[in-house]
Design a protein around this ligand. Structure first.
Ligand code: PSV
Ligand code: MN
Length: 426
């Protein structure tokens, strides 16, 4: 273990006095009741780490690895365990098959449990051809005109479910790159129908207590049409499939300037929002650190999430799938993931702070100014000391990135794994 609990305790002791000053000021402003309620919710709130984001990400032009990347599933679990010991907010890992096939499900499950981790959604991959694969996905998978290709893709998804069952996962995320790159290439209606039929077979293989998340994406790798291209199409599939099927929102998968918070609000209302892939972007599916570009948008999304979940009496921590889906070209992947988790929890905390009764009154009175003030007051309140206090109370680091650096954790990983260790993924 590159980080021992006494090292976290020592670090916290050194920084506790400075933290106390900031926290006590904030708690005084918020009042003891609200402070404690928010702390309890923040401690519960966990965000799953994608196994494919633990290595350095690349672009189509190149990849600049930083060393010490996890080489095996066991090492990926160890990395997520390390993140979780630093922030106690990343208690789950999301696997991608076939990048992370567990050879011994029970042993992997136990290893994860020893780090305090559970398995979040399993992800299938019919967007790449694998070395020993019989038929190609060049022209799609579930939408393919050839029934044999569709069958292969369906079977792959069923295999992923079986791997997930062995690990205690409870959901499958299906992202299809299916679509077309040129006008005329595809019959949209037939592609939709074939995809629906494939999803229906996968749905039929789901265990009773599982969910399937249908992830949409507007473009890439296909640049003319995508067969699950937006939330409307995903919603259509999820509705036709049945009560175990939901839409998954990846923040990078919309056309520019889409109002994601409104999408989230309506999906929740219709009981069809299943989960999230958090990341941030400026141009397309940039897969940047959550909250690095548009923190206000992230807050507005959480504002709708808290409002919509409360309206339905949902448990914030457990009733939706919270996952990161990001890639890191120029940062240490582990530091980047710590930053993403912090940004997500900050947006969540800000949303908890919104005075909903006054907001609703302002809306009813068409008092636009007050409505805006309420949201911006919450967004502009510095809640970082509250997040730090939540960590302190569960023996995580007051400043996870600070401790990661102070303990030279990347250097230690490079010492054991080497400079050239390369992680599986994109
Ligand atoms: C596709 O862009 C996506 O968002 C899907 O969730 C995939 O599983 C993941 O990225 C692969 O990196
Ligand atoms: Mn995604």
């Amino acid at each position: 273990m590159p980080l021992e609990s006494y090292q976290i305790a020592q670090y916290n002791q050194q920084h506790e006095a400075a933290h106390r000053r900031k926290f006590e000021f904030l708690a005084g402003e918020l009042g003891a009741d609200l402070t404690e309620r928010m702390l309890a919710k923040l401690i519960d709130f966990q965000i799953a780490i994608p196994s494919w984001a633990l290595g350095t990400g690349g672009t189509r032009f190149g990849r600049f690895a930083g060393g010490g990347e996890p080489r095996t599933l066991e090492e990926k679990i160890a990395d997520v365990g390390l993140l979780h010991s630093l922030n106690r907010s990343s208690g789950a890992i999301s696997l991608h098959i076939p990048w992370d096939i567990p050879t011994d499900g029970e042993a992997i499950k136990q290893l994860a449990a020893s780090h305090g981790l559970v398995f979040d959604a399993m992800n299938s991959n019919t967007f790449q051809d694998q070395a020993n694969q019989e038929l190609s996905y060049k022209f799609g998978s579930l939408q393919h005109t050839d029934a044999a290709v569709r069958k292969q893709a369906i079977q792959h998804n069923i295999d992923v479910i079986r791997h997930g069952e062995a690990l205690g996962s409870k959901s499958l995320t299906v992202w299809l790159s299916d679509g077309s790159s040129f006008p005329g290439q595809l019959n949209f209606r037939k592609a939709f129908q074939r995809t629906l039929e494939g999803l229906q077979e996968i749905y039929a293989a789901l265990p009773e207590d599982w969910k399937v998340f249908v992830e949409y994406k507007a473009f890439e790798p296909n640049f003319y049409s995508t067969t699950v291209g937006d939330w409307g199409q995903s919603f259509l599939y999820a509705s036709k499939l049945g009560p175990k099927a939901y839409t998954l929102v990846d923040l990078g998968h919309h056309l520019p300037n889409a109002n994601i918070e409104q999408i989230v609000s309506l999906l929740l209302m219709e009981e069809k929002l299943g989960g999230f892939h958090f990341n941030d972007s400026k141009y397309g599916d940039d897969d940047l650190t959550a909250g690095s570009m548009k923190p206000y948008q992230l807050f507005l999304i959480f504002n709708e999430l808290v409002d919509g979940m409360d309206a339905r009496g949902m448990n914030h921590a457990t009733d939706l799938g919270w996952m990161i889906d990001a890639s890191h070209n120029v940062k240490d992947p582990l530091e980047d993931l710590l930053q993403s988790v912090e940004a997500i929890k900050l947006a969540y905390a800000q949303a908890l702070l919104v005075d909903r009764v006054t907001l609703e009154n302002a809306r009813n009175n068409n008092d636009v100014v007050t409505a805006q003030e309420i949201l911006q007051n919450a967004f502009r309140t510095d809640l970082r000391p509250l997040l730090a206090e939540a960590r302190l109370r569960v023996d995580a680091a007051l400043n996870p990135v600070g401790l990661f650096r102070e303990q030279s954790l990347r250097k230690k990983l490079i010492e054991t794994r080497g400079m050239k260790a390369v992680s599986t993924g994109l």
